[in-house]
Design a protein around this ligand. Structure first.
Ligand code: HEC
Ligand code: HEC
Length: 461
């Protein structure tokens, strides 16, 4: 889970009205003017929601344990340090656009997005050398089931995931050429991201008894040959036995040839089509009715939509974030050090301590400090939680410094201290959880106060 609060913004200091609530903003503030001026004003990265997309791994669903490579890849996916240029400075990572390995329907970066949920990967800000001078934002696809969905990118120009990952790091985000172990890990992580279980669908891609009658009528239409071309049906491209893809690109009248997207869990992937032009399946079905001249009746169109809803569903689409979930993720990331420190793997130690340090910092920011008057009680508990997070950042810095100096015994000692402190920090944070932004009421009060602050600051200008 990647909940994060933004650091206080300089504009908060303006006006005496603002001074009333300045303390709230010192604890946390929304990304209203962009990260320290690096990203354009009005940037929305959608980082402050409690309900996060559920993320499951095929290896875990099969009863296995998370491997070293999976944990390393998962960790790197939220590491700004593997990117370069502005993205790295702004603290962005793969995760910023692929939340929990999926899409990000709210992502909006002025000048690079045409509408929420889109992004122009060849722009002048993140890598001037890669700018093609064309404004053509596309959606970040969900990576669920990615291993079944080759080729990669909307226009399918990358035959393998590995090629795409290298391209994302080096060309899109001006990062250094990734090492073999970085590529191996990111590839292993992405290949393990599972489609979410959906009890409306059987293994073979047929509807189950749980799906509605309308959906079952829609299934028949989905497989029915088109009236103008009997060699084609919805299912000739979206093949139910093959994760609803055909690994081909087609020009379906949307501007160019694009790869057939999966329809599994697609109800969670809006906006639709490569450029995110449609928000609903109704619009998509109405479009195909026109494009393929299907002459579907209104009832048939709504049956087809019911079918897409059923195929595109998930039993548990979102998971409410908690202190425990955050701690579990940090523990999974930190387990990488149990291998990397004995192996004296400097590159991985540096990347891991940096990323987990950020995670502790972000976790700590969920506990409002002394000056945040929007929160009623639990000050002692909150301060203890904040202090515990800080301590962990320092412990990790000691691991990193010892490792950079080639002192791996020292790194092992510092890691042992980190482990001891982890148990203490976990207890402190759980005690303070109900006074933190993990509590929906506290969260609402906090953001209401921030909203008032924004309005007062605007009025004072
Ligand atoms: C600023 C937003 C953003 C960031 C950050 C980002 N991506 Fe993407 N990603 C996209 C967009 C947009 C596309 C579609 C690109 C295209 O079609 O050319 C994409 C496509 C992909 C695909 C292809 C999926 C498919 O099915 O075709 C993969 C894999 C991927 N990204 C992985 C990554 C990794 C790994 C990172 C971090 C190194 C990353 N992305 C960082 C926006 C982003
Ligand atoms: C010739 C192959 C082909 C046929 C036939 C076809 N599709 Fe598609 N479908 C595509 C392609 C390609 C896209 C992506 C277009 C784009 O990105 O601009 C797409 C996109 C979609 C999407 C949006 C998914 C997303 O995540 O963006 C849905 C839903 C969909 N199709 C359903 C259907 C239905 C229902 C039918 C039958 C009426 C159908 N398709 C017929 C190839 C096809």
């Amino acid at each position: 889970m990647r909940l994060r609060m933004q650091r206080a913004q300089p504009w908060l200091a303006i006006g005496c009205a603002a001074a009333l609530v300045i303390g709230i903003a010192a604890a946390a503030a929304r990304p209203i003017v962009g990260r320290e001026g690096l990203l354009p004003p009005g940037t929305e990265l959608n980082e402050d929601v409690l309900d996060q997309p559920t993320e499951l791994f095929d290896s875990e669903l099969a009863g296995g344990k998370r491997s070293y490579l999976l944990n390393l890849g998962d960790m790197l996916f939220s590491s700004p340090a593997i990117l370069g240029g502005v993205a790295r400075q702004a603290g962005m990572s793969c995760e910023s656009c692929h939340q929990q390995g999926t899409n990000n329907a709210k992502l909006f970066i002025p000048g690079m997005s045409v509408r929420p949920g889109t992004f122009d990967t060849t722009n002048a800000l993140f890598n001037p050398k890669n700018d093609d001078g064309v404004f053509n934002p596309v959606t970040p696809p969900s990576l669920r089931g990615a291993k079944f969905l080759a080729p990669y990118a909307h226009n399918g120009r990358f035959p393998t995931l590995r090629d795409f990952i290298r391209n994302a790091i080096v060309n899109e985000f001006a990062g250094p050429g990734p090492s073999g172990q970085v590529l191996d890990a990111l590839e292993a992580y992405i290949k393990d991201i599972a489609f979410l279980p959906n009890d409306k669908l059987t293994e073979g891609g047929r509807l189950s008894a749980k799906a509605s009658a309308a959906a079952h009528r829609g299934e028949v239409l989905f497989n029915k040959p088109f009236r103008n071309d009997a060699s084609m049906s919805c299912s000739s491209c979206h093949q139910p036995t093959a994760s609803f893809v055909d690994h081909e690109t087609h020009d379906v009248g949307t501007g160019d040839a694009f790869k057939t997207p999966t329809l599994l869990n697609a109800g969670l992937n809006a906006p639709y089509f490569h450029d995110g032009r449609y928000d609903t399946f109704d619009q998509v079905v109405a479009y195909f009715d026109r494009h393929f001249d299907l002459k579907l009746t209104n009832a048939e169109q709504s049956d087809l939509v019911a079918y897409l809803d059923a195929v595109g569903a998930a039993d548990q689409p979102v998971t409410r974030d908690t202190v425990q979930i955050e701690l579990d993720e940090i523990a999974q990331f930190a387990s990488v050090l149990d291998t990397a420190v004995p192996e004296k793997n400097g590159e991985v130690i540096t990347l891991t301590t940096d990323t987990i340090g950020n995670k502790w910092r972000e976790l700590g920011e969920n506990f409002p400090g002394r000056t945040d008057t929007s929160v009623g009680g639990g000050l002692t508990e909150r301060l203890r939680a904040i202090g515990a997070a800080r301590e962990q950042v320092l412990n990790l810095r000691r691991v990193a410094m010892a490792s950079s100096a080639g002192d791996f015994d020292g790194a092992a000692d510092a890691l042992a201290d980190y482990r001891k402190q982890t148990a203490i920090a976990a207890a402190a944070m759980k005690q303070a959880e109900r006074y933190s932004l993990f509590n929906p009421q506290v969260r609402a009060a906090h953001f209401r106060a921030l909203q008032r602050l924004t309005e007062m600051a605007a009025a004072a200008r």
